[in-house]
Design a protein around this ligand. Structure first.
Ligand SMILES: O=C([O-])CC(=O)C(=O)O
Ligand SMILES: [Mg+2]
Length: 598
């Protein structure tokens, strides 16, 4: 933001124009590339319209609570609205973290949803304090703002909805989508996460209530990837729902009609994609999230050549899992090409992961991808995907239809294929039964079992089951977190193949390089960036992923790797290329330290 930029917030009688001098406490964090605040700008006045007085304390972007100094209280008409103590942000966080106040309260709540609501309330009250708390306590709070609790939040989103956290674009907004985008108070958007709510985690069609997902994912873009909160825009597209329960619920917040399909659906999406490009330019990253298979693949193919789009369920999951496999190879030995993979679930995650593994194998062995795909087998609801089923398969399944007699159950497929790696991506819980896991343990010294479906209730098997049924020999990771398990006196720490490892860093890398398209090689770069962060100590502890506590450092490494690939492919619009991309990524990351208002 330069000294002439005027940021105008809409409406409100108490909104005053103020000349403010902003300093950025704790580093440069307010923009990227050409918009980046430099040290000089820390003392340069910029003009901005912000809420003052009472409404300043109610503005989550600017509120600092008791941290306002008396000088600020005088300058911004808030003297007397706060008790007389001035508390630093560090003290506020310590106050909170010392179990006296918020974190203490959050921990006391019995129900995860109460914790979720308390955190969302904090975000609504004081955004920087929310992010500071989330970053400082990431392992504890991630499962609250994200899977599994966010799933329950979506199921009950109607009763949680209080204030707008993102934009709702329904069929009623047809022809007016550009106007709707302009109603969002922030102008400079860098990342949009959009869902149509048709397949929320493994919970099915939650319609308009899917909004919790874009909100949660974008909170992680900021906390884990350092993308400014004001640059993030959650969007839910409402084309109806086929969820009978919601259709019959008098309190349902979305359109009460069956889902629009075909041309009606495609036209709305087309208008949306065009409006986004028109309003924000072509460098805005659009992350598709939790669309049903039939739309997810089409949208990615259709807009991948014209927009900066990324499907987290297809591509993000793939990059995370590939990194975990590379980590697991450090424990198992051998190369990817030495392994045989069997998937339960041939949708977005299953085929996305399968393809990225095949691409990486092809890169390593120089064999064509058509060859490397042959080490990978998929089972869907009708059994093993084999060539005799080819005619009736959806297009995204066809590359996996290898020569084999028909097999109808997962157990029989395990026995027939004898995979070294079993991956669950079906969204259906408890499908890795005792027999299936025991069969894996029969012909594998260390069976690798990835139960990736979310939330926890949909996991193919629990961590405890995997360790118990393999006498502690399994290497196990899940999509939603599981606590460590003690088996026969040994503590096993399950891995978490969680998309949150990848998308924030990937997004940051795309944003800081000004990427205009996403390319598969950038996903591989992201995956390698994550795998590179698994240390020798992690391996010795049997971990295939690095701990989440270092996630901001991990994200910076991923961002640097991705940005390097964007420049290499000539798809970067922010030129010249910074020499040290890691340093550059770190310097661009938003930190939630309070700023001084003069
Ligand atoms: O949220 C995650 O980590 C994985 C995901 O996108 C999903 O299950 O839809
Ligand atoms: Mg998802």
């Amino acid at each position: 933001m330069d000294s002439t930029t005027k940021k105008v917030r809409p409406g409100g009688a108490s909104v005053l124009d103020l000349d403010l001098k902003a300093t950025v406490g704790g580093g440069v964090e307010d923009a990227y590339g050409e918009d980046r605040a430099t040290e000089d700008q820390l003392v340069t006045p910029w003009t901005v319209s912000v809420a003052s007085g009472y409404s300043l304390l109610r503005d989550p972007h600017h509120n600092k609570g008791l941290a306002f100094t008396f000088k600020e209280r005088d300058a911004h008409y808030i003297r007397g609205l706060l008790p007389p103590v001035v508390m630093s942000q560090e003290l506020q966080v310590r106050h909170i973290s010392s179990e006296k106040k918020l974190l203490h309260n959050i921990r006391q709540y019995q129900l995860p949803l109460q914790k979720y609501t308390a955190l969302m309330d904090l975000a609504e009250r004081n955004e920087r304090l929310f992010y500071k708390l989330l970053i400082n306590n990431v392992e504890e709070l991630l499962p609250v703002v994200y899977t599994p609790t966010v799933g329950e939040a979506c199921q009950k989103y109607g009763s949680i909805f209080q204030r707008p956290q993102g934009l709702y674009i329904s069929l009623k907004e047809k022809g007016k989508i550009l106007e709707v985008l302009k109603n969002w108070p922030e102008r400079s958007i860098q990342v949009i996460v959009v869902t149509d709510g048709e397949r929320i985690l493994g919970l099915g069609d939650l319609g308009c209530q899917g909004m919790g997902i874009p909100v949660g994912k974008l909170a992680l873009y900021t906390a884990l990837g350092g993308v400014r909160p004001s640059s993030c825009l959650p969007i839910t597209i409402d084309v109806g729902t086929n969820n009978e329960k919601l259709l019959n619920d008098e309190f349902y917040i979305g359109l009460k009609q069956r889902r629009a399909t075909g041309k009606e659906y495609a036209d709305l999406l087309e208008e949306f994609m065009s409006a986004v490009k028109q309003n924000y330019g072509e460098k805005v990253l659009i992350q598709f999230e939790d669309f049903a298979n039939h739309n997810a693949f089409d949208l990615l193919a259709k807009y991948g050549t014209t927009h900066l789009v990324f499907n987290d369920d297809i591509q993000g999951t793939a990059a995370v899992v590939l990194a975990g496999l590379v980590g697991a190879l450090k424990l198992l030995g051998g190369t990817l090409g030495d392994h045989k993979f069997l998937f339960l679930g041939a949708g977005e995650a299953g085929t996305g992961i399968a393809e990225l593994i095949a691409l990486e194998m092809s890169k390593q062995t120089k064999a064509p991808v058509e060859e490397t795909r042959k080490n990978i087998w998929l089972v869907d609801s009708k059994g093993l995907i084999v060539s005799s089923r080819k005619d009736s398969l959806q297009p995204f399944k066809k590359p996996w239809a290898h020569e084999h007699p028909p097999v109808t159950t997962l157990l029989d497929a395990v026995k027939a294929i004898k995979p070294t790696v079993l991956i669950g991506t079906s969204g259906v819980g408890s499908t890795f039964t005792k027999e299936v896991v025991e069969a894996m343990a029969e012909f594998n010294e260390k069976p690798l079992i990835l139960a990736l479906s979310n939330p926890t209730s949909q996991s193919e098997c629990t961590a405890e089951e995997a360790y118990k049924w393999t006498q502690g020999r399994a290497i196990y990771a899940s999509g939603s977190p599981f606590a460590p398990v003690e088996y026969n006196g040994k503590v096993h720490v399950p891995g978490q193949a969680n998309n949150a490892y990848i998308f924030p860093g990937l997004g940051l890398g795309l944003v800081i390089s000004g990427a205009i398209r996403v390319h598969d090689d950038m996903l591989l770069a992201a995956s390698e960036g994550l795998a590179g962060q698994v240390t020798k100590e992690n391996c010795e502890q049997g971990l295939i992923y690095p701990p989440f506590t270092n996630i901001r450092k991990i994200s910076a490494h991923i961002a640097a790797n991705v940005a390097a690939k964007v420049y290499e492919l000539g798809l970067a619009s922010r030129l010249p290329r910074p020499e040290n991309l890691l340093k550059h990524a770190e310097s661009c990351m938003y930190t939630p330290n309070y700023r001084t208002y003069r």
